[in-house]
Design a protein around this ligand. Structure first.
Ligand code: GGG
Length: 365
């Protein structure tokens, strides 16, 4: 038999429900590896970085953490943020530290409507809905440029600048990525979202870059939509969407909107990709730490498990990725639903149902 391919994965559950959903995703991945007949295996290293680590060490991750992570094939992440650390400190200290320094510039966030899960959209009852939000993940409103000043003038006088950065190269690479992704889909269409009527520099540069790149993809339909109009479209005409590409902040908002429309924030998966593979990519559910339900064993593991499927796809294990997605769908269709999507299953039961469905879905993919 050929040698087993071993994928080295850094697991960073971090805070709140991140710990529970990463454990669930690992269980599913282990089951997939066990069924591979020695084709591949996962070698896990867990890091205890996050807000508890901050309480002990005053930093969100080890000072040499990025150096350590570089050697892994990928990173499996939970969620970051807790009440003991200001949100901007925890986010920049861990998640954004990794995405920015590993140039994970493409963040894909599929919006999937699952069988057995009720959507708040009436249209979803009888319309096929399936789209992907592509988030520019390295600059835009998250460039981290700016500062605060003038507090010395006394209360009420401080100023703050938060500057968005749009580079032509940054726009072009994410727009091109969106077009290439659209070419792999049944509906070959890219919707570009900006607010270029009001933001006349960066977003006009984005729009012009979109028009230029579109010329290279005559087989892909396009539209350029303002962010406010796209918000309405998500609700009124979602059947018209296939790939939606937007800046860092706008796409972050759209992915929450999309997952809420699919039934719950707990469902949405994401992949932070360094497409050149100079650095490991990072896979995580879109949702945050959910302090209201953390530690109770009742959170929805699907966002994390679907992110694990994206990781399999990234490893070139396309059949196994489809197998995991099919197992998720088989479990929800059978009514194995956590509370956020109208069921009574706890995290473990929902995870076990997906693991149990793996063997039947293996043959189907
Ligand atoms: N798993 C996603 C996560 O931890 N998100 C925390 C968060 O607040 N993210 C904001 C952002 O990335 O824009």
């Amino acid at each position: 038999m050929d040698q087993t391919r071993v994928f080295k994965i850094a697991s960073i559950p971090a805070d709140g429900v991140g710990k529970e959903v990463v454990a669930a995703g690992r269980k599913v991945l282990q089951a997939v590896a066990a069924q591979s007949n020695g084709k591949f295996a996962f070698d896990w290293t867990e890091f205890d970085w996050g807000c508890e680590y901050y309480a002990k060490h005053g930093v969100m991750m080890a000072p040499d953490g990025l150096e350590t992570l570089k050697d892994f094939d990928s990173i499996y992440f939970g969620a970051v943020g807790w009440e003991n650390v200001p949100d901007h400190v925890s986010l920049w200290g861990l998640r954004l530290n990794i995405t920015q320094n590993f140039d994970q510039w493409a963040n894909i966030r599929p919006v999937k409507f699952l069988p057995g899960v009720t959507s708040p959209l009436r249209k979803a009852d009888n319309t096929e809905l399936d789209w992907i939000v592509v988030r520019e993940n390295s600059e835009g409103e998250y460039a981290g440029l700016g500062g605060r000043s003038l507090s010395g003038r006394g209360p009420g006088n401080e100023i703050a600048l938060q500057t968005a950065l749009f580079s032509e190269k940054g726009c072009e690479r994410i727009i091109r990525f969106a077009f290439e992704l659209a070419r792999t889909r049944t509906v070959k269409k890219v919707s570009s979202v900006t607010k270029s009527n009001a933001q006349q520099y960066g977003m006009v540069l984005w729009d012009e870059t979109f028009e230029r790149v579109a010329l290279e993809f005559p087989d892909v339909r396009t539209e350029s939509v303002l962010v406010d109009a796209m918000s309405a479209k998500f609700i009124l005409n979602p059947e018209d969407l296939s790939v939606v590409v937007a800046s860092n902040l706008n796409a972050d908002i759209f992915s929450d909107l999309g997952s809420a429309l699919a039934g719950s924030l707990g469902l949405a998966a994401s992949a932070n990709l360094n497409p050149e593979r100079r650095f490991p990519s990072m896979f995580e559910p879109v949702h945050g730490t959910a302090p209201d339900i953390a530690g109770q064993g009742i959170c929805n593991p699907i966002g994390a498990i679907a992110s694990a499927a994206l990781m399999l796809d990234h490893f070139g294990l396309q059949a196994e990725a489809r197998q995991v997605q099919a197992a998720i769908e088989s479990a929800t269709a059978a009514g194995q639903l956590t509370r956020d999507i109208g069921g009574t299953a706890d995290t473990q039961t929902a995870t076990d149902a997906i693991v149990a469905a793996l063997s039947s879905t293996l043959a189907a993919v």
